[in-house]
Design a protein around this ligand. Sequence first.
Ligand SMILES: *Cc1c(COP(=O)(O)O)cnc(C)c1O
Length: 386
Amino acid sequence: MAQEPFLPFSKPSIGREEVEEAVRTLESDWLTTGPRAARFEEDFKSYIGARHALALNSATAALHAALVAAGVGPGDEVITTPMTFVATANVIEMVGARAVFADVRPDTLNLSPEEAARRVTGRTRAILPVHFAGLPCDMAALGRLARRRGLKIIEDAAHAVGAEAAGAKVGAGSYIACFSFHPNKNMTTAEGGMLVTSSREAARAVRLFRFHGVDKEAWKRQGPTGGPHFRMASLGLKYNLTDLQAALGIHQLKKLDGFNRRRRELADLYRDLLSDVDEVELPAFGGAGVRHAWHLFVVRFRTRKISLSRDEIMDRLRAKGIGTGLHYTAVHLHRYYKRKYGFRRGMFPAAEDASDRLASLPLFPRMTDADVERVVGALKEVVIRR
Ligand SMILES: *Cc1c(COP(=O)(O)O)cnc(C)c1O
């Protein structure tokens, strides 16, 4: 029997429009940050319904800039989730603050507002929640905690572009929310990120920080009304998004709602086909008024019942031509964090249990219904033991 082609857990969807815009950009006189990045920011701002949108070269850069703009630094603590990509916690460490983990809710794998409340100290400056897999966090509860304790909320919305809660897009009213356009994410610019904010001061600080602390970017200085001089008012880095990347983003954004609609259909199909498979726990789908972005379809295996480890299940699926992802190994179990803070197993039981048993099944807009059936068929062969 001929083996079907390998099905990875994620694939980008780049069309003619993106290719042609990229070619027009290459043939124009301006490649780096310029008119296309400015247009992408305008389009993104209207899509989200945000006050300010700033394009950066990754979500990691956006989160770093967010902490700097919020004034977080040495001696401060920021509460975050262990169920995330390491970048979320790394940026906290990078500004000299302390990453303080609080456990997740066992159902949604989002930061638990109750656990977050237990970790607040006199040094806490901010909460950094992640909308895990694209399911919005309980922002009402986190917002109440933040107001009560005078904390800022910086949202890692890398998974949640297009997600909605309480009638608004994730990021719409946020102090700061950061999105990722890595190729695995719901839309891509190859690499890239966007920071949205309701704060004019934060927007100003991020604008400076992403470009050497210089108040006028080169494309404005080099035009007919510009001049060669610039002022450097504060320290900054080189975190700007190029026009070549924005050329992709402009068209990906137009297609985003369609991409997310297809992701939702595929998630619904997985749910139907897996509903009678006791060996596999389904992810949370979100309640009324919530629109999941379905960045990832993360299942948890009942490994005791299956008597295979998660890694063995992933290996056997790969041998059957099915790729899976590991989102995530709980961050506090990585060597840097264990060594620095003495974290051990047992400290964040919900995140650890998920971390040991989860895997992301293939989910991307170009998948067919038959692909989902193929994944579920292979999964049943692996996990249903007789
Ligand atoms: C992808 C991701 C990031 C980092 O995004 P980049 O654009 O690759 O820097 C941060 N946090 C989470 C939760 C992510 O999934």
